[in-house]
Each structure stands twice: as structure tokens, then as C-alpha cells.
Write a protein that binds this ligand. Structure first.
Ligand code: CTP
Length: 406
């Protein structure tokens, strides 16, 4: 993945600067062409010669110094970069970029580049938690800069807390993901998300705890990787991801209609919605009155949208479902995958903290016809989303399995 890729590694004046040596070494060993840019403060912590040897390229510090005979080095480096990784990133560099300040080689490169930029912050916990720093991070995220970490643990200042540089392995994974930015370009994908609401009367309904976060994370990741994204969403409290077409629905019936219409033109369909299995047989036209000590509501089964999409599949289409289970995860999930005619199923153990409904993180196993293809434990839903798209891309590029869910 890194072979021949041009990576700019920015190193700023945090005590974690020495960890950038391993990052540069790992990238170089993986075949990347690494250009290290140091701030003046960083040169007090690690000598430029170390990075020059590790990267086998000249190291940039001065804005006006020439690089390999090219006069406007910061601009040419910014243009050539496939990805820019700032590790460690201090509060200072985040503040400068957030304010549009370009007063040295590194900030000038970051501001001039069109390549994705990944910040790996490292600083004292109170500096990290300072509302001004947090506001800068939010501002940077809001305009498309990427972040990894910081991690929590022992800090060089002697305190413990959030502020440690993310592990090098995580920085490499996050940067690698940015490189893959366009692997869904030209693909049309459809995602269902959130709960459905099944009316009892005009003011009451049956629903579930789905927050829609998993589906929205899938939509956001697919958009960032270049797909044209359709999102069919039940009622949730989330803002639609930018650049995604959203069809808002309430009931399973509405979700079915919208999904079947859009699925016909989709290259991949991911069914992340928590569709209510049943609906009240006769929703009351007027608000139900309290008339007796007991009330009985007759429920009828809703259509299984996944199964219908599965039976209408067209060649080359990749279908992904979710299986929320409280027991016997793999067996139940595999049975659902087959019964619904899906290529992949994301088996999801629910009913415990840090996984499933209404949680920030998720613990899942992605199952294909050949068995598990990935296992993620208590990972942010954004990361689970990326892995699901990786698995979809693998199905497309795997060739012989296309359109043949077994
Ligand atoms: N699903 C669907 N339409 C339904 C029910 C489920 O499209 N009416 C989809 C979900 O979006 C998910 C998958 O099917 O991708 C599995 O849903 P789940 O509720 O776990 O499975 P069920 O088939 O409803 O089985 P059960 O509730 O009996 O476990």
C-alpha cells in the first residue's frame, strides 16, 4: 500500500518527537518516499540528521532553504504529497493551522496541500482539554482535517491522562486509510440506518433504541472514499453527513419502499437499520383513550427488507446485513446471512456495554461465505464502518465470488 507513496511527516516540539523516528522508519521500510519537515522546536528534541538517515531524504526546517534545488520547496512538497502526517502535533501547530497561520515550512506545507492531513496530537492533559485547543480541533475536523488519538496514559510531564501520542501502529493505520481515500469512486451505495416507528395511534408508536450511528458512520465513510451515497434513514437525532442523499422514513413499510426503489441501481447495499419486526395490526385513527386496566395490541409481521433485497439482487451487487444477537452469535448470524441471501453479515453481540444499540463503539465479527473476514472489539463505529467497506471492496476485487452469495 505504501510503495512509492509520497508521505510528508511533520514533527513538532513535543517530547514525543522521538516516536516519530519509528514512524518514519516504518514508512520507509514499507516502501514510502518520506519527507520529514521539522519545526524549529522539534530540532531541539531530535536532530534533523536522525530523520535524514531514517528517511534517506533531506529534512526541511527553514522556509527559505532550498530543497533539492527547487526554490519553492514548501509548495512543491505540498503538491507532491499523497498524505501529510503531523506526529506529534502540539497545541501550537493545531492553533496555527486552525487560524490559517503559515509562518514556517511545516504550517506552510499543511496550508498549501490538497492531500489529506492527519494530526496525531501529543501534549499535557490540561493543554489538550483546554477549551481553546478543543475548539481548534473541532474547527480543523469541521473543514476536513483528520485526527488519530491522543491516547490516555502516563505523560512525560509526570501526570496521567489524555495527551499521549497514539501508538505508531494506529497512526500508520489511520494514514493508510486516508491513502485509500478514493477506492469507492464510481460506486453507488445504499445504506439503511436508524430505527423504524410503527404507529399505535397518531401520537404513539413502537420503536427501538437504535441511534443510527452505525449507518451514518457507514454513509460518511463511503462518501469520503468517493462513493455516491444514498441513505434511507429512520428517525434519528443525527445531522445528515455532507454530500449524502438522505431519504427520511418512519415506518418499516416506508423504509421498504424507499430501499427497494434505490437498491436496483446500487452497487452495494448495507442494511444497518434496526427494522421493527412487527407493527400494530390496526393503528387507531384517533388517540387511544385509557378505558380499562388492560389493553391488548395485536401485532403483524413487517416485511423483511433484507430478504427482499437479497432475492432481487443483481450480479456484481454486494449485500451486507447486520445480525444483532444476544447469544450464539456466529451460528445465528451465519443462518441469517444465508436466509436473507447476503454476501456479508456483520455479527453484533448486543446487550453489553460498548457494543450495539445506542453505543459509541461496537464489537463485531464480519462474516462472509468463507467464514469470518474481520473481528473488531469495542472499536469506534467509524472504524467498524471503514472495515465493512474494506470487506465490500474485497468482494468486488475478489472477482469469482461476485453475485453468488451462498
Ligand atoms: N432487516 C430488514 N427488515 C426487517 C428486519 C431486519 O431489512 N424487517 C435487516 C436488518 O437491517 C439487518 C438484518 O436484517 O441487516 C438482521 O436483522 P435482525 O433484526 O437481527 O434479524 P431478524 O431477521 O429480524 O431476526 P430476529 O429478530 O428473529 O433475530
Amino acid at each position: 500500500m505504501w510503495e512509492g507513496k509520497k508521505v510528508v511527516v511533520g514533527v513538532t516540539g513535543s517530547i514525543a518527537a522521538f516516536k516519530a523516528c519509528e514512524l518514519v522508519s516504518r514508512l520507509t521500510q514499507a516502501g514510502a518516499e518520506v519527507h520529514v519537515v521539522l519545526t524549529r522546536a522539534a530540532t531541539n528534541l531530535v536532530a534533523p540528521a536522525t530523520f535524514r538517515e531514517l528517511s534517506r531524504h533531506p529534512v526541511c526546517v527553514d522556509l527559505f532553504a532550498e530543497l533539492a534545488g527547487r526554490p519553492v520547496a514548501h509548495v512543491s512538497l505540498a503538491e507532491a504529497a499523497d498524505v501529510v502526517v503531523v506526529a506529534p502535533a502540539t497545541a501550537n501547530v493545531l492553533g496555527k493551522v486552525a487560524a490559517g497561520v503559515a509562518d514556517d515550512f511545516l504550517t506552510t506545507t499543511i496550508i498549501a496541500t490538497r492531500a489529506p492531513v492527519l494530526f496525531a496530537p501529543a501534549m499535557n492533559v490540561r493543554m489538550w482539554q483546554n477549551p481553546v485547543v478543543q475548539a481548534n480541533v473541532e474547527r480543523l475536523k469541521g473543514v476536513g482535517y483528520h485526527f488519530v488519538g491522543p491516547a490516555t496514559g502516563w505523560l512525560a510531564c509526570g501526570e496521567t491522562g489524555e495527551g499521549r501520542l497514539a501508538p505508531v501502529e494506529e497512526i500508520l493505520t489511520a494514514a493508510g486509510r486516508l491513502l485509500k481515500a478514493a477506492d469507492l469512486a464510481g460506486r453507488r451505495v445504499l445504506i439503511t440506518a436508524g430505527p423504524t416507528r410503527e404507529p399505535l395511534d397518531p401520537v404513539r408508536f413502537i420503536s427501538n433504541r437504535s441511534s443510527g450511528r452505525m449507518g451514518y458512520a457507514l454513509a460518511e465513510a463511503a462518501r469520503r472514499r468517493g462513493a455516491e451515497v444514498e441513505l434511507v434513514s429512520g428517525p434519528v437525532a443525527l445531522a445528515p453527513p455532507p454530500g449524502v442523499r438522505v431519504t427520511q422514513v418512519e415506518t418499516a413499510g416506508e423504509m421498504r419502499q424507499a430501499t427497494l426503489e434505490l437498491a436496483a441501481a446500487a452497487d452495494a447495499v448495507v442494511l444497518a437499520a434496526a427494522v421493527a419486526d412487527y407493527r400494530p395490526a390496526e393503528p387507531a385513527p384517533h388517540k387511544l383513550k385509557r378505558t380499562a386496566d388492560e389493553a391488548v395490541v395485536r401485532l403483524v409481521a413487517n416485511p423483511d427488507i433484507a430478504r427482499e433485497v437479497g432475492s432481487a439482487r443483481r450480479p456484481g451487487q454486494v449485500l451486507v446485513g447486520f445480525a444483532a444477537e444476544t447469544e450464539d452469535l456466529l451460528r445465528n448470524a451465519e443462518a441469517k446471512r444465508r436466509a436473507k441471501g447476503l454476501d456479508l453479515i456483520v455479527a453484533n453481540l448486543v446487550g453489553m456495554a460498548g457494543s450495539g444499540f445506542d453505543a459509541e463503539t461496537n464489537s463485531v465479527i464480519i462474516l462472509g461465505p468463507e467464514g469470518p473476514v474481520a473481528e473488531l472489539e469495542q472499536r469506534p463505529k467509524s472504524e467498524v464502518a471503514e472495515r465493512i467497506w474494506d470487506a465490500v471492496v474485497e468482494r468486488w476485487t475478489g472477482g469469482e465470488n461476485l453475485g453468488r452469495a451462498t
